[in-house]
Design a protein around this ligand. Structure first.
Ligand code: PLP
Length: 393
């Protein structure tokens, strides 16, 4: 259709002019940390494979064995014939790690949020959501048709001010936040939000995609402080620290059973490939067996931040804020010249004017390479951003 192609071409031109056009680049991962891209070998600081489990022998062997026994695809929804026995093992392990009664696995983290939120709240209800929550929490919130109000990032006072005003007008209230924020790496004030939720009979939900395996001794953001945060709906993904694929929710037996019965993304979507479920289970077993592994990515991120002169991070995600998209792209290109892959993150993934480099650290990143990267970031990126800012004043 001519009008369709004209529409697409005009939109793409607009993205191009604003340095916001995205292109897919062929990338071959070599043993997880290293990549082949554009004919070059690069050390990646952009993967979420925090524990390097994508290539762990116990994980890949579990996948291969499951593939031989169960075949490639699940063949149908979990509620038809797709519920191979590997699911029960994985859900048991997730619930045990998160100290909940039950867990339910989804096709992905994105699908989990699209399924969970509309299963719990609807048009007569309210969702208070952190303004920097991940796109799929927002998508689930909008899909529910509840009233959605954003509160200022991690601002407990804002939630405290909104709840008394709004609570009575709605039947149910859900407070939704990332546990570890995906683009900033900070941790949500879960204890304080849980106390407010109790006070106002609201339900707290965390998206712990970047918490599982790397903070709170590997158990996630609810376990970072000395007492566990009371978060009745803990959602996450199997695709980051576990190195596999899929999403999950952990909670009480009643909550999880309701979600299984009501979440359309579980009911009307094919089950995960058995090999992936087996891999995620094996990855959880590694985390259970080697509790010290979970501390390494954060320790590496802290060493980097100290050396680069950045604020101490709370998770293995370290943002270097640069402002405009072009500045972030230029910094990323410069690092690539030195053998590092650090992808530039631009709007709409982050708010306008906050384009950045987002670095993620993994258990196996070599210390000397971290030091070399920190020096480049300090001398070639932060110093020049400061000069540009002072010239502009
Ligand atoms: C905070 C957060 N939630 C959810 C997701 C989606 O998870 P998945 O990749 O399993 O769909 C991501 C991944 O990008 C994420 O960063």
């Amino acid at each position: 259709m001519r009008s369709l192609d004209e529409f697409a071409t005009a939109k793409l031109g607009e993205l191009e002019r604003n340095s916001l056009r995205r292109v897919l680049v062929d990338t071959t991962r070599v043993k997880g940390l290293w990549l082949l891209r554009n004919g070059r070998r690069l050390l990646s600081f952009s993967c979420n494979d925090y524990l390097n489990l994508t290539h762990h022998p116990a994980v890949t062997e579990a996948a291969v064995e499951a593939l031989r026994i169960h075949g490639v695809g699940a063949g149908a929804s979990r509620f038809v014939t797709g519920n191979h026995p590997l699911y029960a093992e994985l859900e048991g392990r997730l619930a045990r790690l998160k100290d909940t009664q039950a867990a339910c696995v989804f096709g992905s983290g994105y699908l989990a949020n699209l399924g969970i939120i509309p299963a719990l709240v609807g048009p007569r209800d309210l969702i208070l959501i952190d303004e920097l929550a991940h796109a799929c929490l927002w998508a689930g919130a909008r899909l529910s048709r509840a009233e959605v109000i954003a509160y200022r990032h991690a601002d407990v006072g804002h939630v405290e001010a909104l709840l008394p005003k709004l609570r009575r007008r709605h039947e149910r209230v859900l407070i939704a936040t990332d546990g570890v924020f995906s683009m900033d790496g900070d941790i949500a004030p879960l204890h304080e939000l849980a106390a407010l939720a109790h006070q106002h009979d609201a339900w707290l939900m965390s998206d712990d995609a970047h918490g599982l395996g790397v903070v709170g001794g590997g158990r996630g953001s609810s376990f970072v402080r000395s007492t566990k945060a009371d978060v009745p709906v803990q959602m996450g993904t199997l695709s980051k620290a576990l190195g596999a694929y899929g999403g999950y929710v952990c909670g009480s037996a009643a909550l999880v059973d309701l979600i299984r019965n009501r979440a359309r993304t579980v009911i009307y979507s094919t089950g995960l490939p058995p090999a992936i479920v087996a891999a995620a289970s094996a990855a959880l077993a590694v985390i259970e067996r080697e509790p010290r592994l979970a501390a390494l990515p954060l320790a590496k991120a802290k060493a980097f931040a100290r050396s680069a002169g950045l604020k101490e991070p709370a998770s293995p995600i370290v943002p270097v804020l640069l402002g405009e998209s072009e500045a972030a792209l230029a910094a990323s290109r410069m690092l690539e010249q030195h053998g590092f892959l650090v992808v530039a993150i631009r709007p709409p993934t982050v708010p306008p004017g906050t384009a950045r480099l987002r670095l993620t650290f993994t258990a196996q990143h070599p210390d000397d390479e971290i030091e070399r990267l920190a020096r480049l970031v300090r001398e070639r990126i932060i110093a020049s951003a400061a000069t540009t800012a002072s010239r502009a004043r």
